[in-house]
Design a protein around this ligand. Structure first.
Ligand code: SF4
Length: 383
């Protein structure tokens, strides 16, 4: 099992909380606040083509994920070129799941048809909320009606596997609004939902607003209430929670993401994209300019790479694997990493079990109900 990730680093407008690498483009041209002109979409696709053509021999992905950024912000012609390029440069014979991210307000029937005809069989839509005030606060370009329109368009195009992203814990929002958001999601009946609490990341306008005292993060108790509400509504409606923040109808888990939450191999293309291939972790430069310059002059866009020592890698695998609610089977972990987790870090595991945030039953280690709410602190104890 291996996956291909393709990062499209453009968005119509930057959301205030976003720390993904993406550049704001307004009507297709990138505003140039610097002296030297930035590469445009064509130059980016030229560079991406170089990177895709240089994929390693023997790389046959079973999943593809086109993310960003906003892939559907590309023009029809550029989206067509991107999809053709992937089909030409990548052996797609084994691909069982091909996802493309999109944001309401950037999707048209023509783009939907193009994606479907090229083999994309799963769409992920950045909904975030159905509340106009929440959407405006987050800096989203869409309103609630755009979500319904985009979703309907995808269904009409024949997409039978759709994920909707939701954000809760937005300053000024309420439990009632979170309930309404989840109910609106349920009304659309997607196959998958990803629900995250709003995080305040360094370098974002949202963090600036917090520093200036304009907004405050929801406290831990409030976050827990929102999370619990989201979980119970989705679970009551028949969605299985298979990861800390991810829910799916039976048989509709995202296979590509399972590669990240285990020891799967994947290759990322595009600026800032990460890879894990043949024991080596690497990341591309987080700069469109440097990415294009490197590839178009025949150099590698890789900015950082490491091969973790076996023990460190096993600990990292344990932490990623614990994100899955079905937990870490001891035997499977040993077969994958060569380590018995009890010998690797047994004392710490016992302490965390005693604290009630981890539990081990029938040789399967998993986060407890309480552990789900403090997963990041648990993971920090294990790496
Ligand atoms: S649309 Fe997504 S990737 Fe683009 S700025 Fe907003 S959150 Fe970031």
């Amino acid at each position: 099992m291996a996956g291909l990730y393709v990062h499209i680093p453009f968005c119509v407008r930057k959301c205030i909380y976003c720390d993904f690498y993406s550049l704001e483009t307004l009507n297709g041209s990138i505003p140039n606040r610097l002296k030297a002109p930035l590469p445009d979409h064509t130059e980016f696709l030229d560079a991406l083509e170089h990177e895709l053509r240089a994929l390693p021999e023997g790389f046959r992905p079973t999943t593809i994920f086109i993310g960003g950024g906003t892939p559907t912000e590309l023009s029809d012609a550029n989206l067509r070129r991107l999809l053709d390029m992937i089909r030409t440069c990548v052996d797609v014979a084994d691909v069982v799941e091909w996802t493309c991210e999109s944001n309401p307000g950037t999707l048209t029937a023509q783009k939907g048809r193009m994606l479907k005809a090229s083999g994309v069989n799963r769409m992920s839509l950045g909904v975030q909320s159905f509340d106009s005030a929440n959407l405006e606060f987050l800096g989203r370009i869409h309103g609630p009606d755009d979500v319904r329109e985009s979703f309907g368009l995808l269904r009409d195009t024949g997409f039978a596997d759709i994920n909707l992203d939701l954000i809760y814990g937005i300053p000024g929002s309420t439990l009632e609004k979170t309930r309404t958001d989840v109910e609106q999601i349920l009304a659309l009946q997607p196959e998958h939902a990803s629900c995250y609490c709003l995080t305040f990341e360094e370098g974002t306008p949202l963090m600036d607003m917090k520093r200036k005292g304009y907004v405050a993060e929801v406290d831990a108790e409030e976050e827990r209430e929102h999370y619990q509400l989201v979980r119970s509504l989705l679970r009551q409606a028949g969605y299985e929670q298979y990861e800390i923040s991810n829910f799916a109808r039976p048989g509709r888990i995202c296979r590509h993401n399972l590669l990240y939450w285990g020891d799967g191999e994947y290759i990322g293309c595009g600026p800032s994209a990460h890879s894990h291939w043949r024991g080596r972790r690497s990341a591309n430069v987080r700069s469109l300019r440097r990415y294009c310059r490197s590839l178009l002059s025949g150099d590698s866009p890789v900015d950082f790479e490491e091969t973790l020592p076996a023990e460190a890698k096993a600990r990292e695998t344990l932490v990623m694997w614990l994100r899955r609610l079905d937990g870490v089977p001891r035997a499977a972990f040993q077969a994958t990493t060569g380590y018995d987790y009890r010998e690797l870090i047994g004392e710490r595991i016992m302490e965390l079990c005693a604290l009630g945030v981890l539990e081990e039953r029938d040789d399967v280690l998993r986060l407890s109900e309480d552990g789900l709410f403090v997963s990041n602190s648990v993971f920090a104890e294990l790496v």
